[in-house]
Design a protein around this ligand. Structure first.
Ligand code: PEP
Ligand code: MG
Length: 741
């Protein structure tokens, strides 16, 4: 049949006649009385483009609104509809002009291209019958060939295609969530890149079968090797790799591919057909596990296409100003792209605590996530804007939007330049208080930014990031190497290493097997470290080895009780003694601190502080526990305001207790990097703030313009307010005393 279609397409007859000839050929070979082809107009309407069996007068006249009728239903579902009696289906929409009254049996399949439905192919019969599975499969293969031909301009001329939506063309704005701050304008690059399928119909079926078998064998061997070496598919854990391997060897996948080749398709077209089905399925799958598996399968199909083209192992080359588009990314995926060419990142899924978001922030790549429907709405090469200030993405933006964003990108660059000029200016308030500004870091890529920020050191080094971006548990030597690099990059500036803060939203498949109902309140941070002392001790040993006789500052996350801190501190002392016994240098100065992140400690500071050398307030966690609002859940995370009397009073209690006992204290949550919140912290008396690198410049500008005495006096009266938030009042205070927030 495919050959007959090809013949129908050949020759120089007008396009409309060609399309009608195709419909006729399909009807004849499917033994159907009707065959119709609908294509989607840019308006979203589905228009009858050709028919055999319906009234020819309906061609280009019958149009269905988006979602209307059985055609709309097929477009919506992205999969076939096989009905013995179409008129009795609830979605059926009667169109008298088509003369379809006598026809009952109905089979329609979407014309899928790159995972999107661009039209619908329908066959109909008078008698009520259910078409066989084989018929559905045949029609899907034909639909795929037809979709490629239509999109490739083989059937309709450019002029005729002008208003047919082969790929999305309208400007769109999608609302998502901010994962990493910034703005970018560039060209869409799909992470799961479509590999162009050239030839569709095989000249020699046997030769195609041989090509397919050989490519599958190479793919399977590649995945087996990945599993053995644990390397390769970035970020995938062993379990994921194992299930991936099982899929590559799965008989049903192999059979679907072989069947498609057997029917006359080239190996590439066979992969594309199987993939199109899966992609359409992904859109339907509600179960997250199933969705993940379908994604894996899609990825396998991509890999197989690359093997067929001989590019199985090659890396991607990016355009100058690439915006990466993906459903989600594994921890190391982003690191594989050329940073110099990567301007931004748009994700369909993910969360701000997801690996991709963490790495994007560390690499200073603007990122917006949770953009529903993103992958279906953007094509490779589309111009796109990442607006991570507002958490939006603009697809194929209008020129005025591009102009506005370009101006904002320019203004941002100017502000950055201004902050860069302040880099070496010490941060003193106008009334002479020295404020120490430090930066938070966690990956090797962060270290590069230290000299440019003007930060005086690293106030929080999140050691768990190394674990999160690894396939498996980083060895002792890898840990020591990283800590030594951090020390070298700091070049004598202070560094506070935080021990592993895993669990909660940072789950590692190789460490935590059990699922918890309430992970944020579960087995995490120092709790895990104390229950698995071998892991914590190995880390402490690596830290002691890395500082090699220089000063060491280490702090423990989510300490909840004085007992926990005592036990954790004892482990440090033990490891130092162990090193000394072996003749290795002890740190020249050892400082052990606690993070204050659990509200319980606020009422036990008198017992805790004498045991600590310093403390650091982790406001991200402290606030989520105080306000019982999951920091990673956008539905609740913004309901409370850190600039509220309860939050500010809690912070004041901590700062006053530290002042009284002479314990150095810093704030290292995200709020320390926001000028207005940092203004309030300084007014409360804090003088050490550790923040994301991008916060240092704006906060320094605020400090330089701030009269701390006036700020403290102004803030004092707000602490007893009965309002849920005093943000407006804090803003007014900053304005009144001319602070640049
Ligand atoms: C915090 O909780 O404020 C903090 C700094 O730690 P993390 O964000 O890594 O939990
Ligand atoms: Mg924390």
């Amino acid at each position: 049949m495919l050959r007959q279609i090809r013949e129908a397409m050949a020759g120089s007859i007008p396009a409309q006649a060609k399309l009608t000839a195709v419909a006729r050929t399909i009807a004849a070979s499917m033994v159907a009385e009707v065959c119709s082809i609908y294509l989607r107009r840019a308006s979203g309407e589905m228009e009858l483009f050709a028919t055999e069996g319906l009234d020819p007068g309906a061609v280009h006249v019958t149009r269905m609104r988006p979602g209307e009728g059985l055609i709309g239903e097929i477009m919506r579902l992205g999969r076939p509809l096989n009905l013995s009696d179409a008129p009795s289906h609830p979605a059926f929409s009667y169109r008298p002009e088509t003369g379809e009254d006598p026809f009952h049996a109905f089979m329609g399949v979407p014309l899928l291209r790159g995972g999107r439905a661009i039209g619908v192919l329908v066959v109909q019969n008078r008698t009520s019958r259910v078409y066989a599975e084989d018929d559905v499969e045949d029609l899907q293969i034909i639909a795929m060939v037809l979709a490629e031909m239509v999109a490739g301009g083989d059937v309709l001329s450019r002029e005729e295609l002008k208003d047919v939506e082969i790929a999305p063309r309208r400007s769109e704005r999608l609302k998502g969530a901010r994962f990493a701050d910034g703005l970018a304008f560039g060209i869409a690059v799909l992470h799961e890149a479509p590999v162009a399928v050239g030839r569709l119909l095989a000249d020699d079926v046997q030769a195609e079968e041989a090509r397919l078998s050989s490519a599958i064998a190479r793919l399977q061997a590649q995945i087996d090797a990945m599993l053995e070496g644990h390397e390769g598919i970035a970020g995938a854990s062993y379990d994921v790799l194992e299930s991936y391997r099982m899929m590559a060897h799965s008989r049903s996948w192999n059979h679907s591919l072989q069947d498609a080749v057997h029917s006359g398709l080239t190996a590439e077209a066979a992969v594309e057909r199987v993939r199109s089905e899966h992609r359409a399925g992904i859109g339907q799958a509600r179960d997250p596990y199933l969705r993940e598996r379908l994604h894996d399968l899609e990825d396998l199909n991509d890999r197989l296409l690359r093997h067929l083209s001989g590019d199985g192992e090659k890396a991607r080359v990016l355009p100058e100003n690439a915006i990466l588009i993906a459903r989600n990314l594994g921890p190391a995926d982003l690191l594989e792209y050329d940073r110099k060419r990567l301007r931004g990142l748009l994700l369909e899924e993910g969360s701000s605590a997801s690996h991709a978001a963490i790495v994007a922030r560390a690499m200073d790549i603007p990122c917006v996530g949770r953009l529903a429907g993103l992958r279906d709405r953007v094509s490779e090469g589309d111009p796109v804007i990442v607006d991570a200030e507002s958490g939006e993405a603009y697809l194929r933006p209008r020129p005025d939007v591009v102009e506005a964003i370009t101006a904002r990108i320019g203004a941002r660059a100017e502000r950055r330049a201004e902050f860069a000029r302040l880099k070496d200016t010490p941060a003193f308030t106008r009334d002479g208080a020295k404020i120490t500004l430090l930066m938070n870091a966690g990956l090797a890529v962060d270290l590069d930014t230290l000299p440019d920020t003007g930060a005086e050191g690293i106030g929080l080094f999140r050691t768990e990031f190394q674990f999160m971006v690894s396939e498996d548990l980083p060895r002792f030597s890898a840990q020591t190497d990283l800590y030594a690099r951090v020390m070298a990059a700091a070049g004598g500036r202070p560094v506070i290493f935080r021990t592993l803060d895993l669990g909660g939203d940072k789950v590692l498949p190789y460490l935590q097997a059990e699922r918890e109902d309430n992970p944020a309140l579960g087995w995490r941070a120092v709790r895990m470290g104390l229950d698995r002392p071998a892991l914590l001790r190995m880390q402490l040993r690596a830290l002691i080895a890395a500082v090699a006789g220089r000063p060491l500052s280490v702090m423990f996350p989510l300490v909840t009780s004085v007992e926990e801190f005592r036990a954790a501190r004892a482990l440090v002392d033990r490891e130092v003694a162990w090193a000394v016994r072996r003749g290795r240098p002890a740190p020249s100065r050892l400082e052990v601190g606690a993070m204050i992140e659990a509200p319980s400690l606020i009422w036990h500071l008198d017992a805790l502080l004498p045991l600590t050398d310093f403390v650091s307030v982790g406001t991200n966690d402290l606030m989520q526990y105080m306000f019982a609002a999951d920091r990673g859940n956008p539905r609740v995370s913004d309901r409370y305001d850190p600039l509220s009397p309860p939050a500010l009073r809690a912070l004041k209690t901590i700062r006053d207790a530290c002042a009284e006992s002479g314990t150095p204290v810093s704030v290292c949550g995200e709020i320390a990097g926001r000028p207005l919140e940092a203004f309030a912290l300084i007014a409360l008396g804090f003088d050490r703030l550790s923040m994301p690198p991008a916060g240092v410049g704006p906060v320094k500008r605020m400090v330089l313009s701030c009269d701390r005495g006036a700020a403290s006096r102004g803030l004092a009266s707000l602490l007893s307010s009965s309002a849920g938030s005093v943000r407006g009042e804090v803003e007014a205070l900053a304005r009144k005393i001319a602070v640049a927030v």
